[in-house]
Design a protein around this ligand. Structure first.
Ligand SMILES: [Zn+2]
Ligand SMILES: [Zn+2]
Length: 303
């Protein structure tokens, strides 16, 4: 089966608490396995069990990892990802940066003394840092387009096309970022400036929609409830209601809410999911909405 599997779905930090186990505690990592090619989105702590599972098979020895950015919750699993230590494995790593050296430095920085006992030089696999060009990347059956999203520092979203299906991965993105920026400074602008800001806002919205429109599957940041978002505006994450509205506007088929705040336990996650279904129902939307859950497998060909 060609599939997508969620190995980690938490945002910010691992949350291995008894009250969180139905959703899972590992930070973000999603595997796409198609025609014996493996594409991995992000290297949070969820990549550790993925690495262990890859050792149990023989026919795949090359992997491509797409990093959205270098915050800890997206790279903290890499120092424990066993395939990197084994000669004969090949890893292609892609992420924001202006050169291969810059990407390497950003990943290896978390392993230098005194923060970690062994440095990136102990990686014996063939590591190939891909030249970032912010346009298109092809790997096996996968065609990947990158785009910028609203999150502190440079952060990428990925639009992946495989077997005529489109999967969009946007782990960290504050959908209301520009609205918030305009709202916060609206008293400083005159009417012409406000009009200009509104034009920029609508152009940005069109660009964002262009990459997400009609996706068969959208995986998107849904970190906060509306109440918590009110006090965490500008932190780079979305309220799940904004995510649902955006998915409806983009006319996606399946929506998976990911990067849930680690403070939310399973009961709160369930409440968010039920409310999401209610909102979609009120709009007569055909979108199928799920909470991303650790261990969940989605058959890509059946999308
Ligand atoms: Zn994150
Ligand atoms: Zn982040």
């Amino acid at each position: 089966m060609n599939y997508l599997k969620f190995w980690g779905v938490r945002g910010s930090y691992p949350a291995p608490f008894g009250s969180h186990m139905r959703i899972g505690g590992n930070t973000v990592c999603v595997e796409l396995r198609v025609d014996d090619h493996v594409l991995i989105c992000d290297g949070g702590s969820g990549i550790i069990p993925l690495g262990n599972s890859l050792l149990k098979q023989d026919n795949i020895k090359e992997l491509t990892i797409l990093l959205t950015h270098y915050h800890w919750d997206h790279i903290s699993g890499l120092p424990f990802f066993v395939p990197v230590f084994i000669p004969g494995w090949k890893l292609n790593i892609y992420g924001p940066g202006n050169s291969k050296e810059e990407i390497k430095k950003r990943i290896s920085g978390q392993m230098i003394d005194p923060y970690f006992p062994i440095e990136v030089e102990t990686w014996l696999a063939d590591i190939n840092y891909l030249i970032p060009h912010n346009t298109e990347l092809e790997y096996g059956p996968f065609k990947v387009e990158t785009f910028n999203v609203h999150h502190p520092g440079i952060t990428l979203g990925y639009r992946i096309t495989v077997h005529d299906k489109t999967i969009v991965y946007v782990s960290d993105n504050e959908l209301q970022f520009i609205d918030q920026a305009i709202e916060a400074r609206k008293n400083e602008f005159n009417s012409d400036e406000l009009e200009l800001m509104e034009t920029i806002r609508s152009e940005e919205q069109d660009i964002a929609l262009q990459y997400i429109k009609n996706a068969d599957l959208l995986i998107h940041d849904a970190q906060y409830t509306p109440e918590d978002y009110k006090i965490k505006k500008g932190w780079g994450h979305s309220c799940y209601v904004d995510t649902i509205n955006f998915a409806m506007e983009a006319n996606v088929k399946n929506l998976y809410l990911i990067h849930l705040d680690p403070n939310y336990d399973d009961n709160q996650a369930e409440e968010i999911h039920l409310d999401a279904i209610k909102i979609l129902g009120e709009h007569n939307s055909p979108i199928v909405c799920n909470m991303a859950r650790e261990g969940l497998i989605v058959d890509i060909d059946s999308l």
